[in-house]
Design a protein around this ligand. Structure first.
Ligand code: SIN
Length: 289
């Protein structure tokens, strides 16, 4: 279990930005010693709001410590694939794995985690156990900047729109063909939402889960979504890229980022475990006067 020590971990936290847009490497923290009374906790909360993706190196945390760290930020989320009665393993641990037998890797396209849930996760914390000899980086994009770098007329048009997010679309991408009667989360969210803590607007559509924009023709919806997906994918100034080693732990604010796990290491093996923090409210549209 996490030791709640206010004596350990007293060196000041040092944040080194990965890019001006997103991400920071966090130095001088042993996460196994951070508890609810630790002075570092407020610094980490603010750092997550400022940088959206926090990278911690050489973290020796076991599963219980990993989950305990996640619980400092909220209740833990259970992935839809682990909600059924037949689900195997710890429901609060989501395993991320690719090896010589894989035909897809987890998260191998731009997405925010489980945006098909009515209350998508607040954040995700991935701890890497096995890294390939080279490659296997994860790219992250700042979805506040994605919205802010669109032209004003496009921003105005998006503010009134709602999109459908479909978990089955994501499952099919992994090659899973659902049997009749199978259900999986699907819901609608505004295309532009406000971050629940900072109130800053952000673009909230992603190619993994967002299936259409409501009220538009098929052609209009697919063209507009393609333009928005390209705007994120083809704009490196919104992004950072995290290089992993065994023991690297990355905490991302799932409310305002997207990520893409690059699968360039086949047939090598990469394995990590993710703890996900539940969201506490539905994404809210930006208030316009
Ligand atoms: C994911 O959570 O989508 C996977 C991220 C990764 O493997 O880097």
């Amino acid at each position: 279990m996490a030791v709640d020590s206010t004596l350990a971990n007293t060196a000041p936290i040092n944040l080194v930005p990965l890019t001006p847009a997103i991400g920071a490497e966090v130095k001088n923290v042993d996460l196994s010693a951070v508890g609810e009374n630790s002075p570092q906790l407020d610094v980490l909360r603010q750092a997550l709001l400022d940088h959206h993706v926090l990278v911690f190196r050489d973290q020796e945390v076991d599963r219980e410590q990993h989950k305990a760290f996640g619980r400092l930020f909220g209740e833990l989320h259970v992935h839809p694939s682990k909600r059924g009665p037949d689900a195997k393993g710890d429901p609060e641990i989501f395993s991320v794995r690719a090896d010589e037998n894989s035909t897809r890797n987890n998260g191998g396209r731009w997405h925010s985690d489980v945006s098909c849930d009515e209350m998508p996760p607040m954040g995700s914390i991935l701890h890497l156990k096995t890294a390939p000899p080279a490659g296997g980086d994860t790219m992250f994009a700042n979805m506040h900047l994605a919205f802010e770098t669109l032209s004003e007329p496009v921003q105005r048009m998006l503010l009134g729109l709602t999109a459908h997010h479909d978990g089955l679309q994501d499952l099919r991408w992994y090659g899973y063909e659902p049997k009749p009667g199978f259900t999986y989360p699907a819901t609608s969210h505004p295309v532009v939402v406000t971050h629940p803590e900072t109130r800053r607007p952000l673009l909230f559509v992603n190619p993994a889960f967002t299936s259409r924009i409501e009220g538009l023709s098929d052609h209009e919806s697919s063209s507009l979504l393609s333009m928005l997906f390209d705007h994120v994918a083809q704009n490196p100034t919104l992004q950072c890229r995290v290089r992993w080693e065994p023991g690297t732990l990355v905490f991302w604010d799932n409310r305002c980022t997207q990520h893409y796990a690059v699968w360039d290491y086949f047939p090598h093996r990469r394995h990590g475990e993710r703890v996900t923090i539940a969201g506490t409210e539905r994404p809210q549209a930006v208030e316009t006067s």
